[in-house]
Every structure is written in structure tokens, then in C-alpha cells.
Design a protein around this ligand. Structure first.
Ligand code: AMP
Length: 502
């Protein structure tokens, strides 16, 4: 046996003195220095008594040290759970219990807050700062690093908890091969080489920043300009040194709002990738107009890594998520799992080496979403054209059924966004005594505009069937979004639930 994931991402760089991480203050960490730091953390895992298959929870700030802990976990076969630093102690307590973690790592500040929940869960808590210091780092100071643990391709590498906006967060079991196979496909498909420099401003507790961006850079052997978060000034400063950027749509809209975004600023970039939430066709168009680049939009999720991508050389079609990636089978099905014809709208199912192993300790949830033949029911509603391009229409749980008719929020949102004075919108269904659900639209006006909801309703009335027209249009300064830029429709549904007595 071997440990192919460790070898491909980290092992092969152990003696590489080239840059791996470039930090905002200009500090550079070479692959070899990074390997030394992670070897020390691997010795610490051994000293802490962790064995292959044991779980470690990481509630750490994005830092080279956090990445090095992840490398150490992969080396030792320890299954890691990266957790959003914004999670509260009771939320972390749930993850610790659910995962049956042996160890949780956090910084000094977090330690005080997490101590009671770690104790209650019977989980050892140790500290590790963003600078790589703390009692975890001290555990095996000077000790020889352990040998690389043998791991089968189907062994678990990580438990990635879903965001859980519709119930209990579930631990998606990601195997070594799930991660490695997808990273290999993406490096090839997006043409990454060691001559790239990836601008990295995404969080690393989520699949996008961790398994898409970081693993692609590691596999290709290219440095990352590693920013703690999206900060417009930092991004603009770093952009001229980068050859590629992966971002969520809000990265692009925020950059478009700054006059410094010019072709000169992005002169060394060869690829802009967007995902994790829908990129408006309008943003795609404006980006091309301002920079000359066509953003490459791709689609994936926690449970499946990446499923589809617009092509590198072929047409990057705005408003679509492109074609199934090599090795990924995709079909659009009705509620009963029957495959629909091209052009028909239904639920997207995917199968391939990228698809996860199931939900940790939730066999019934796994059985609901992962079919015996290996197809995963994504819960995304979409349509595939005759030429293979896939368009996402929304999440199945966001589908509105009003008076017995299906209303796809995306259709109404696109119609609203096209009206004068509208920047963006979110359409939800709320309980209604006659219709079951009523369509409600939340609209964000463009800067300086004050559209009248009655005018918007009248304009929509001209083009949309009556059952699709919003029964209420509310204006807001902004839509609630999570860190990955996804609109939190559950919060809007809660807010507007009482509107019709629901
Ligand atoms: P997560 O598991 O947090 O990565 O969320 C995955 C979900 O994000 C998918 O099931 C989609 O609903 C959505 N998503 C990801 N990428 C895109 C995209 N390019 N366009 C539209 N929705 C997307």
C-alpha cells in the first residue's frame, strides 16, 4: 500500500526549495519549509496518540499552519474536519460529538470558549496559533517525523460538514481518491502548471478554497498568494503577480465596483474561475467588457467536489456551468429518478470518482441521497442542452409550488434583475392559505435607484404567467449571504413567513 494523496500533494515537494505560499506581508514559505512544519505536526499527532482513521477537528484561522496540520493529518491517515471559525461553541460541540473526534485544535482565544463543550464531548483540546505555536506544536518538539501511513484510495481523508441550512449539518465522508481524482481532473482541465501563481482569498474550511484551489495548486506545484480573506485592497495589490484566481461571484462583483479593475491590473492573469453560487450573466458580461477575460464558471458541492466546468478553450457560456467534467456522469431526472430528455428541467444526479462515500453515521440520509448504483441526487434543479451545457435553475428545496404550479425562482429573479433600477433579487415561497405557497420577491436596488415595487410588479406582469408573479415585492439594501456568497433564502423565508398568515 501507499498514500497516493499525500505523495501527490505533499510528498513530492518535500525537497522543493521553490515558493509555496506568498503571504500579504511579502513573507514566502517554500515547499521544503512547509514540509518541515507539517512533519512536526505529524509527530505531534503521533505523540497525541492519534491513529489512522481517528478524527481531528480544526477550528483554526486560515494560515500556513492550518494547511500544514491538514498535510500532517493526510500523512498520518488522521481524518480532519475543518470547521468555520464563525461557528459558536455549541455548534462546535455538535461536530465534536457527531464525528466522535479524539482531538480539537483551536487558537488561544477559541480555547477558552471551547473548553466546556470539548470537555462535555470528552474530546481533548489543544491550541495552535496562526503562527504555528501552541501546546499542540510543542507536543513533539524535535521528535523524528513518523513514516507516511499507508492508506487505501477508499480510506477517508476528511469529513466536510455541509452548511446545514435545512436541518442538521451532515458530515460528508471524502476519501483519498475522491480528493485526488478530482484535483487531477481540474489541473488538466484548467491547464495548471508550476508556472502558475494562484491568488487564494477563499476560506480553507470549505471545499472551494481547500479541495479545489489548494489541491490544484499543490498538485500542479504552483505557489499560492495566500490571503487570509477577501480584502479588496489586498486583492488589488496582489493581482498583478497572479496568473489565476478562483473566487465566488461576490469577488467579481466587488472588484467590478472598483475603478482600479482594468486590463492592466489583470495583465498576467490567464484564468478567472467562479463557483459556489450562481454568477449572473450580467456580471460575466461586465467582466469581459472591463478586463477582456471570460470568467470560467464551474459547479460542484461539498459531497461531490467539482461536477461540471465551462471549457478552457471552447465557449465559456454565461449563465451556464458548462459540461460534465471528464469521468463525471450527469443526468437530469424527475422526482422518481427517471432520466429526462435533454432540454427538460429536473433534478441533477451525478456519478463518478468525485462522489463522496456517504454521510458519517447517517445511513438513512445516505440512502435517501446516494442511489445504490452510485448516482448522487444533488438536490439542484437544472437542465442540460443538446450540446451538453448544464444550466442550474435553483435548489429543489427552493422550488415554489403555488396553486399547484411549479415556479422556478431563477426565472423570476432573471426577469426582475433585467428591470431598470434593479441590482439583484431573491425569490422565495412563503405559506399562503389559498395557493399553498405564494411567490415573494426581495429586490436590491442599484446604487442611487429607488424602483417602486408597484412598477416592478407591473413590468413583470407583462411577461410572466400570473401564477409566477410575486404577490409581494420588498426592497432591501442587500441580500443575506453566507461566507461563500450564497444567498441565505432560509433567512428570507423565516422573515416573510407571517406575510399571508403562515
Ligand atoms: P456547497 O456544498 O456549500 O459547496 O454548496 C453546493 C451548492 O452550491 C450546489 O449544490 C449548488 O446549489 C450551488 N452551486 C455551486 N456552484 C454553483 C454555480 N456555479 N452555479 C449555481 N449554483 C452553484
Amino acid at each position: 500500500m501507499a498514500n497516493h494523496l499525500y505523495d501527490a500533494l505533499f510528498g513530492k515537494h518535500e525537497r522543493n526549495s521553490g515558493d509555496f505560499l506568498i503571504l500579504p506581508d511579502g513573507e514566502r514559505i517554500s515547499h521544503a519549509d512547509f514540509a518541515e512544519m507539517s512533519a512536526g505536526f505529524a509527530a505531534a499527532f503521533m505523540a497525541a496518540g492519534l491513529r489512522p482513521g481517528d478524527r481531528v477537528a480544526l477550528q483554526l484561522a486560515k494560515s500556513p499552519a492550518m494547511l500544514a496540520v491538514i498535510a500532517a493529518a493526510i500523512r498520518c491517515g488522521v481524518v480532519f474536519l475543518p470547521l468555520n471559525p464563525a461557528y459558536t461553541p455549541p455548534e462546535v460541540g455538535y461536530f465534536l460529538r457527531d464525528a466522535g473526534a479524539e482531538l480539537v485544535l483551536c487558537d488561544d482565544m477559541g480555547a477558552e470558549a471551547l473548553a466546556p463543550v470539548a470537555k462535555a464531548a470528552g474530546v481533548r483540546l489543544m491550541t495552535l496559533s496562526a503562527k504555528g505555536r501552541g501546546d499542540f506544536a510543542d507536543l513533539a518538539k524535535g521528535a523524528a517525523p513518523p513514516p507516511v501511513a499507508d492508506r487505501a484510495p477508499s480510506d477517508l481523508a476528511a469529513l466536510l460538514y455541509t452548511s446545514g441550512t435545512t436541518g442538521r449539518s451532515k458530515g460528508a465522508m471524502m476519501s483519498h481518491d475522491n480528493l485526488l481524482s478530482n484535483a487531477r481532473v481540474l489541473v488538466d482541465y484548467w491547464r495548471f502548471t508550476d508556472r502558475d501563481r494562484l491568488l487564494h482569498a477563499l476560506p480553507i474550511f470549505h471545499t472551494h478554497g481547500l479541495f479545489v484551489a489548494t489541491n490544484v495548486a499543490l498538485l500542479a506545484g504552483c505557489p499560492m498568494i495566500f490571503l487570509p480573506k477577501f480584502d479588496l485592497e489586498d486583492i488589488i495589490r496582489a493581482m498583478p503577480d497572479a496568473t489565476a484566481m478562483m473566487g465566488v461571484p461576490t469577488f467579481y462583483t466587488r472588484l467590478l465596483g472598483d475603478a482600479r479593475l482594468t486590463p492592466g491590473l489583470v495583465r498576467n492573469i490567464r484564468l478567472f474561475v467562479s463557483g459556489s453560487a450562481p454568477l449572473l450573466a450580467e456580471t460575466h458580461r461586465q467582466w469581459t467588457e472591463r478586463t477582456g477575460h471570460r470568467i470560467l464558471e464551474r459547479y460542484g458541492m461539498t459531497e461531490t467536489n467539482m461536477n461540471t466546468s465551462n471549457p478552457y478553450d471552447g465557449e465559456r457560456r454565461a449563465g451556464t456551468v458548462g459540461l460534465p467534467l471528464p469521468g463525471v456522469e450527469l443526468k437530469v431526472c424527475d422526482g422518481a429518478g427517471r432520466e429526462l430528455s435533454r432540454g427538460e428541467t429536473g433534478i441533477i444526479e451525478v456519478r463518478g470518482p468525485n462522489v463522496f462515500q456517504g454521510y458519517w453515521n447517517m445511513p438513512e440520509k445516505t440512502a435517501e441521497e446516494l442511489r445504490p448504483d452510485g448516482f448522487f441526487i444533488t438536490g439542484d434543479i437544472g437542465v442540460q442542452g443538446d450540446d451538453g451545457y448544464v444550466t442550474i435553475v435553483g435548489r429543489a428545496k427552493d422550488l415554489i409550488i403555488s396553486g399547484g404550479f411549479n415556479v422556478y425562482p431563477k426565472e423570476i429573479e432573471l426577469a426582475l434583475d433585467a428591470l431598470p433600477g434593479v441590482l439583484e433579487s431573491a425569490v422565495i415561497g412563503v405559506p399562503h392559505p389559498d395557493f399553498g405557497e405564494a411567490v415573494v420577491a426581495v429586490v436590491v436596488p442599484q446604487a442611487g435607484a429607488a424602483p417602486d415595487p408597484a412598477d416592478l410588479a407591473a413590468a413583470l406582469g407583462a411577461g410572466l404567467a400570473r401564477f409566477k408573479q410575486p404577490k409581494h415585492i420588498a426592497l432591501r439594501d442587500a441580500l443575506p449571504r453566507n461566507t461563500m456568497g450564497k444567498v441565505q433564502k432560509n433567512l428570507l423565508r423565516d422573515e416573510f413567513k407571517p406575510l399571508f398568515g403562515g
